[in-house]
Design a protein around this ligand. Sequence first.
Ligand code: 13P
Length: 251
Amino acid sequence: MRKNIVAGNWKMNLNRTEGIALVEDVLAKLPTDNNTHVVFAPSFVYLHKVAKMCANTSKVAAAAQDCSSNEKGAFTGEISANMIASCNARYVVLGHSERRANFKESNELLKTKVGQAFTNNLKVIFCCGESLVQRESGVHFDWINTQISESLFHLSSEEFKNIVIAYEPIWAIGTGVTASTDQAQEIHAFIRNILVDQYGLEVALSTSILYGGSCKPSNAKELFASQDIDGGLIGGASLNSDDFIAITQSF
Ligand code: 13P
């Protein structure tokens, strides 16, 4: 059975004190069902602290929000996958639309980052998603297929088991406009089908596919009840412990 995952992408929010308080709150109220996993993606600066706080349960983990495409060396300001793994984080988020847009991250570059992550035994939460213009012109299916296939389809079936996909329509991120459950389910089913074609049913059915984009306590239940939506990658609502806890309890 694939995991249900609720991951909080804090982006560039919460200082160390605020972050630690939030993790404490959430850890005190973890979902009781065995299949729900919680991931925190804080700033690099206190990733180690958050990972340490998560160390006592296999159902909670820390994630980095990005990693370098290089192994090591003269890349001032960059953080390598090895450094992330050495802080006991278990995941790295790659390909977030904000990184694709603001830092010009291409599918090709992300393929390299995935390689760095896997070399260091990190699981990858791989983000994909279309803009409103792309959706309105009907190219969103092709776009998402290309994002996934160009960055991930060089992986073996065995390697792909360490991938979590996050579908995040750009028009729904931070806008308050959530994709309808039908819109999200349609894309999630599409993604699962391309995984069936590439890797077969077993891998496709065991891959968790998360939805992200204005997911909050009021819509999480309906979204997560859909056949192919296995949780969420949460931005704004992950910064408030009551909201984030409510979302983790929405399965
Ligand atoms: P919001 O939940 O704030 O829309 O952000 C979603 C997101 O980008 C998570 O990675």
